[in-house]
Design a protein around this ligand. Structure first.
Ligand code: FES
Length: 680
């Protein structure tokens, strides 16, 4: 390159260099390491290399770009524009050549490693670097005087045209290669899979000519109750469809430990559960492909996150060791294997599966996925991440290090073990407010934006009715009862005398608070009973004790911020969670929701192969704390039973929510109306 050669500046990277007149922009981009996509290798048929040249004065770059800086449209661009349309101002980087100084913008959709912005405001972007990509290869025609197999000539083409060495292919792909080459006039599109750290890329599929149907992958969050998945375009990262179904293993036991028991007690029980979950995944693959309008055969990858019991059952490993100390995992590292090995046959026959590493016997690949999504190891401030489900998984840390534990909260937070509990389906009470003076409740149900005391509520909920109370609803109900003085710090519900409301009615030897009475219209009567309060107390004590145990390990009594993860975390109100003492005291504006962080972690691992190596590194450095045998757990558990807590002060909470000092137990129950109004 001579000093007088034209200067080319690429934006947004700012990479620049001088190139001889006549150099294609794609070539210049490659030589400078600019992230410009290409599937067809510069043949002018894939349109992935689109760029947007800019003209005029660029004092910042020290150049002036004239209208003659690039070659005129050539026949290939004109044809492409005629057939498929080229947006105004765009050129094909492989066709346009350099004539003078130029400033060339590479739009996001033309970048291989583009950043995909998540939809929610709190979401962070994700960088594309998928393990499976599409390339077009021009293969030499066979020559009987220089005999060489079709695969060998394809591999030679991949080497010279793409710098890809030693690609291999299974016999099933070889069967397709011969007809594809001939039909495509010796041009074939190749789906190439190269997992992180792998030397040898694998050819997963071939198509004649340019394959325009896309390559897809599935990010799966395999939970004990539900299985959720996102179908992603492996080139753009776009989520093309999302779907979920109930985990059919529920019929073998609601929670994880009952499934472990089933495996222990029933000959062939583990295999039965393995078959059930694999069948469900196949159903999910077929259903989600149908929803997106694509062939399931175009699904080439699955990344799966799950808790350790689900992990073992999916792999066909008996989970019995996970039911008892020392909770030994059969395998804790990340696993890459053909989907067919797991009987996952609904996608491409060559589809590959990546299962994230488990952190410990109680802290699974789902927690690893949360760590990949939220990156506590990159946080300057001390962050606690709580993924609330049947088991709560807690991460605590910052750039200095990350700790992890799991707490056996049980399914109460999901509405199970609650007298009127139900899943978050239309008709379930999900939000509750109680007037502190009248002690009258108002509520909202899933599927209706109106509050129960607003005009139109009855009509808007006529179809679903008010059917029960879901996890977020029971938490708000209890916290509101505590804030209104219906519930005391020990967790006792006051009677009508003590509280002054007839909504507190006797139930056996205790009291229940009536949230909604639909009996006149044939609907249910929905109350919060003393048993419900006890179930939530047990769950929240386990959660808080786990959190405190991690804080003890670090020698801190407060954290800088708290992130609530999980589908439940997306719906839980930080204020109500803190009133109940589910989470440690923190400024309320420092308690945020990360939505389905485990699912997002699965999506990152799907779309970025280097992220797989990263999470494997992070997991190896996470320090695991086993709550089941930790000496301090029991004491923390007992103190955490009070609402919000027996001994820990909650100064940040007190600043925004003054809690009434009431006592409904012996000496408190008879305090009468005057007694209930004592406030701090
Ligand atoms: Fe495919 Fe330019 S690289 S059209």
């Amino acid at each position: 390159m001579a000093r007088t050669d034209p200067l080319i500046i690429f934006t947004p990277s700012g990479k620049r260099g001088r190139f001889p007149v006549g150099t294609p922009i794609l070539t210049a981009a490659r030589q400078l390491g600019v992230d410009l996509d290409s599937v067809c290798g510069g043949r002018g048929i894939c349109s992935k290399c689109q760029v947007a040249p800019s003209y005029g004065d660029f004092p910042k770059h020290g150049v002036t770009v004239t209208r003659t800086a690039l070659s005129d449209w050539n026949a290939v661009e004109a044809r492409y524009d005629r057939v498929r349309g080229l947006a105004r101002g765009r050129r094909l980087g492989c066709q346009a050549t350099i004539r003078g100084d130029a400033v060339i913008d590479v739009p996001p959709e033309s970048q291989v490693h583009r950043q995909v912005v998540r939809k929610a405001a709190l979401d962070r972007p994700m960088t594309m670097a998928p393990a499976t990509r599409l390339v077009l290869a021009e293969v030499a025609v066979p020559d009987m005087h220089s005999p060489s197999g079709d695969l060998e000539r394809l591999c030679a083409a991949l080497r010279t045209q793409w710098g890809i060495d030693h690609a291999r292919a299974d016999p099933a792909v070889l069967c397709k290669l011969q007809p594809a080459l001939r039909k495509g006039g010796w041009q074939v599109s190749v789906a190439l899979h190269t997992p992180a750290g792998a030397e040898v890329p694998q050819i997963l599929d071939v198509w004649p000519g340019l394959h325009q149907g896309g390559l897809y992958g599935l990010a799966v969050d395999l939970g004990s109750t539900t299985i959720a998945a996102h179908l992603c375009d492996l080139a753009s990262g776009e989520v093309r469809a999302s779907s979920g179904l109930m985990n059919p293993q529920i019929r073998f036991g609601e929670d994880l430990m009952s499934r472990v028991s089933y495996a222990m007690m029933t000959p062939g029980g583990a295999a039965e559960m393995t078959a059930a979950v694999r069948e469900a995944l196949n159903t999910l693959v077929a259903g989600i492909a149908d929803a997106a309008g694509i062939s399931p055969a175009l699904i080439f990858e699955l990344t799966i996150v799950c808790n350790p019991v689900m992990h073992h059952l999916l792999l066909g490993i008996d989970p019995v060791e996970l039911g008892q100390a020392p909770f030994a995992l059969a395998v804790s590292g990340a696993i890459t294997l053909p989907a067919q090995t797991l009987d996952l046959t609904a996608g491409s026959p060559q589809a590959q599966t990546y299962i994230l590493p488990c952190i410990a016997g109680h802290v699974g690949a789902d927690a690893a996925a949360v760590a990949l999504s939220e990156r506590p190891d990159q946080s300057e401030d001390l962050v606690m991440i709580v993924d609330v489900g049947t088991n709560a998984e807690i991460l605590l840390g910052n750039t200095q290090g990350v700790l992890a534990c799991s707490s056996p909260t049980g399914p109460a937070f999901e509405g199970a073990q609650i007298s009127a509990g139900q899943r978050a389906a239309p008709g379930a009470i999900e939000r509750v407010k109680i007037d502190p003076e009248t002690l009258e409740p108002r509520f909202r149900v899933v599927g209706c934006a109106l509050w129960s005391d607003e005009p139109g509520f009855a009509a808007a909920t006529a179809a679903t009715g008010v059917t029960g109370i879901c996890g977020s609803g029971i938490i708000e109900a209890l916290a509101e009862m505590r804030m209104a003085g219906v519930l005391d710090a020990s967790g006792l519900i006051g009677g009508p005398e003590a509280t002054g409301t007839r909504r507190c009615e006797p139930e056996g030897r205790t009291f229940a608070y009536v949230l909604h009475d639909g009996s006149a219209g044939g609907g249910p009567r929905i109350s919060v009973t003393q048993g419900d309060v006890r179930a939530i107390q047990l769950a929240k004590s386990a959660l808080y004790a786990g959190a405190r145990l991690l804080m003890d390990q670090l020698g801190v009594d407060k954290v800088d911020r708290i992130v609530l993860a999980g589908a439940f975390g997306a719906h839980i109100s930080p204020k109500h969670a803190m009133v109940l003492g589910m989470i440690p005291d923190a400024p309320l504006d420092k308690v945020t929701s990360a939505g389905n962080a485990a699912g997002h972690g699965a999506r990152i691992a799907l779309c970025n192969r280097t992220a797989r190596a990263e999470i494997e590194g992070i997991v190896s450095r996470i320090h695991k704390v086993e709550t089941a045998v930790a000496p301090g757990f029991q004491a923390h558990f007992i103190n955490a039973s009070a609402i919000p807590h027996a001994t820990d002060p909650f100064p940040e909470l007190a600043r925004v929510v003054p809690l009434p000092q009431v006592a409904h137990g012996a000496g408190g129950a008879g305090a009468g109306k005057g007694g209930r109004r004592r406030r701090r």
